[in-house]
Design a protein around this ligand. Structure first.
Ligand code: ATP
Length: 252
């Protein structure tokens, strides 16, 4: 589904600052149905990789194919259509604070030009799915962190994405809420067949729901493979540090 080949991303030097090589010769494949974890410390290049995946930025060199289409050759219009089919959730939710829960979920449907009736139906369906229909008229400021992330998830699913990108989606949540949000992401993956790519600095998140993992350090992937295998025999120092003391609370 996603093929990343020899991708390098450089940010040119600015006054007094040197050029940054955010990603260096990255090779990565994400297959349909994966819950793919990308883990690394701050500055490793995870967010840059996510921005390249949804076409927000272009690689300096190398190629990215999504569903067989090379991103670099898509027109702005084609990229926009593709991006409607890529849902995204964020650490700080990025909700519209002046809109109710229902209106937040309706927003991407309005942009996609759906009819009022379609929007009403789909919004109700999604809010019921994430367990927030009762709070449909609340404003984000009236919700807990976990509830806000459920709104974010419902909004991300609005246009039937084939891919869900999660940017530190549970990093602002307490452990119990984290477990329930990860459970929901897992269910979405299994029930709706949506492929998930998530970035995190917490190996416990990878442990809980991912089947594959890439460990990043300073712009490179230092370890890659099936989660079980990587956890059983971590090879790289960074992976060893990340996997130390993990108990293996996998969500089935
Ligand atoms: N727009 C930009 N211009 C210049 N440098 C950038 C830009 N975006 C990212 N970088 C640099 O690229 C490197 C990788 O950053 P990135 O945000 O991808 O890492 P990360 O692993 O997501 O870290 P964090 O977890 O802190 O978000 C860092 O050195 C960062 O300073």
């Amino acid at each position: 589904m996603i093929q990343i080949e020899q991708v390098t991303k450089r940010y040119p030097a600015k006054q007094r600052e040197r050029e940054v090589i955010a990603l260096q010769e990255i090779d990565l494949q994400i297959e349909k149905g994966d819950i793919f974890g990308i883990v690394g410390y701050s500055g490793a290049g995870k967010s840059t990789l996510l921005r390249l995946l949804n076409g927000l930025e272009k690689p300096t060199s190398g190629s990215i194919h999504v569903n067989g289409k090379k991103l670099a050759v898509l027109s702005d219009g084609e990229l926009r259509v593709l991006r409607q089919k890529i849902g995204m959730i964020f650490q700080h939710y990025h909700l519209l604070w002046s809109r109710t829960v229902r209106e937040n979920v309706a927003f991407p449907l309005e942009i996609a030009g759906k009819t009022k009736r379609e929007i009403e139906q789909r919004t109700e369906e999604l809010l019921r799915r994430v367990g927030l229909w009762e709070r449909k008229d609340a404003y984000p400021s009236e919700l807990s962190g976990g509830q806000k992330q459920r709104v974010g998830i419902a909004r991300a699913l609005a246009n039937d994405p084939f891919l869900l990108l999660c940017d530190e989606a549970t990093s602002a949540l307490d452990p119990e809420t984290t477990t329930s949000i990860l459970q929901l992401i897992k269910e979405i993956n299994q029930e709706m067949g949506i492929t998930v790519a998530l970035i995190t600095h917490e190996m416990s998140v990878v442990d809980a729901i991912c089947n594959k993992v890439a460990v990043m350090e300073t712009g490179s992937i230092v370890e890659l493979g099936e989660v079980k295998q990587v956890f059983r025999e971590p090879q790289h120092e960074v992976t060893k540090r990340f996997t130390e003391g993990l108990g293996g609370d996998h969500i089935a």
